[in-house]
Ligand binder design. Structure first.
Ligand code: NAD
Ligand code: UD1
Length: 338
């Protein structure tokens, strides 16, 4: 079992991965600049795992701090979650996005190279596939991101591939997440969106909690069974398990690997609403609104490669995703910002 640095470790996905990796015996060190998370996450993480998880407050663009952290902590491998993820904001502030996501990743690679740590798991996204040319999306599907956020992921993936071509000692997995939702079963950690949620699940949960009057369903004239958009929602704890599996895989294999983490099953917006109504026992009023610019009709994974290479498949159901999101909301009485 190795010692791991988790950048973005107090964020939504990073904190869940920290739980899973700690529970299976890895020593984890979290590294985060707290630009989109808070120190409170640390207390809750410590409660879940039953011990103090080391934390370094720092920016991934601070190469010197990374170098000293990697060597002082005796790190064997890095999981790189740190980055910005709001598509709309990336269109308005591309330099901020390329700075955090691309420059941040270059800085991390420089630091890793300096201390000869050459095992890396990178948080990529299904957004690198752009508009699907066929479904389900396998890893051979052409890559064509359609916004600065997506391009930042794509550029980093390609850079990582170049790094492996230049030095075969590197072991790198780019994990392409589909739509992560849900929370840890304790309700102690979960997703805390800032302001009005962009994403479906947090929005529905706020409507169910009575914090917003209704959900806007962005389009009901897509070519799906009920006309609403279809996505591959994956429980964040399944996603976290996928990172543990990726580390095991990299232990035995060198090279660069792009691997989808999805369930392979798509659900429509109306199906998610129905499942959340059942899980919460609350009504989720909705109105049909115009399509959202940039949205695709359907997007879901072919998860075969993850199953073959990582020996990993998603296990948790849509009901589990809705239940755990609701438990997190209720336990924390999350307040909303208008
Ligand atoms: P998040 O915002 O909750 O977590 C990211 C963390 O990184 C935050 O705690 C933030 O403070 C930190 N961070 C940001 N910039 C940093 C920097 N320069 N230096 C140090 N720390 C920094 O987001 P998340 O949902 O947990 O996403 C984690 C990763 O997964 C991101 O790279 C994201 O692009 C990717 N991803 C997320 C989704 C999703 O739907 N949540 C989907 C696909 C890919
Ligand atoms: C979004 C991001 C994508 C990212 C993914 C990760 C955009 C354009 N894309 O994808 O880059 O990788 O999250 O989770 O932001 N919907 C509504 N009403 C709402 C919100 C969403 O009807 O208030 C619908 C959308 O039209 C879509 C589905 O719900 O059909 C899911 O939307 P969302 O949760 O935002 O995820 P994606 O658009 O798939």
């Amino acid at each position: 079992m190795g010692r791991l640095l988790i950048t973005g470790g107090t964020g939504y996905i990073g904190s869940h991965a920290a739980v899973v990796l700690s529970k299976i015996g890895h020593d984890v060190v979290l590294y985060d600049n707290l630009s989109n998370s808070s120190r409170c996450v640390l207390e809750n993480l410590n409660l879940i795992v039953g011990r103090q998880i080391p934390f370094v407050k720092g920016d991934v663009r601070d190469t010197e701090l990374l170098i000293s952290t990697l060597s002082a902590q005796g790190i064997d491998a890095v999981i790189h979650f740190a980055g910005l993820k709001a598509v709309g904001e990336s269109v308005e502030q591309p330099v901020k996005y390329y700075g955090n996501n691309v420059q941040g990743s270059i800085s991390l690679l420089q630091a890793m190279q300096a201390v000869q740590v050459k095992t890396l798991v990178f948080s990529s996204s299904a957004t690198v596939y752009g508009e699907p040319q066929y479904l389900p999306l396998d890893e051979r599907h052409p890559i064509r991101a359609t916004n600065p956020y997506g391009r930042s992921k794509l550029y980093v993936e390609q850079m990582l591939s170049d790094v492996v071509s230049a030095d075969a000692a590197w072991r790198i997995a780019c994990l392409r997440y589909f739509n992560p939702v849900g929370a840890h079963e304790s309700g102690l950690i979960g997703e805390r969106p800032n302001g009005v949620p962009n994403n479906l699940m947090p929005y529905i949960i706020q409507v169910a909690a009575g914090q917003r009057p209704y959900l806007n369903v962005f389009g009901n004239d897509y070519s799906s069974t009920d006309g609403t958009g279809v996505r591959d929602y994956i429980h964040v704890m399944d996603l976290a398990d996928g990172h543990a599996a990726a580390l095991d895989f990299l232990d035995k294999t060198s090279g660069w690997h792009a691997i989808n983490l999805g369930t392979g099953k798509g659900y429509s917006v109306l199906e998610v609403i129905k499942a959340c109504e059942k899980a919460t026992g609350r009504k989720v009023p909705y109105k049909i609104a115009a399509r959202r610019a940039g949205d695709v009709a359907a997007c879901y994974a072919d998860p075969a490669k993850a199953s073959e290479r990582l020996n990993w498949t998603a296990k948790r159901s849509l009901d589990d995703m809705c239940h755990s999101s609701w438990r997190f909301q209720q336990k924390n009485r999350l307040r909303v910002t208008p």
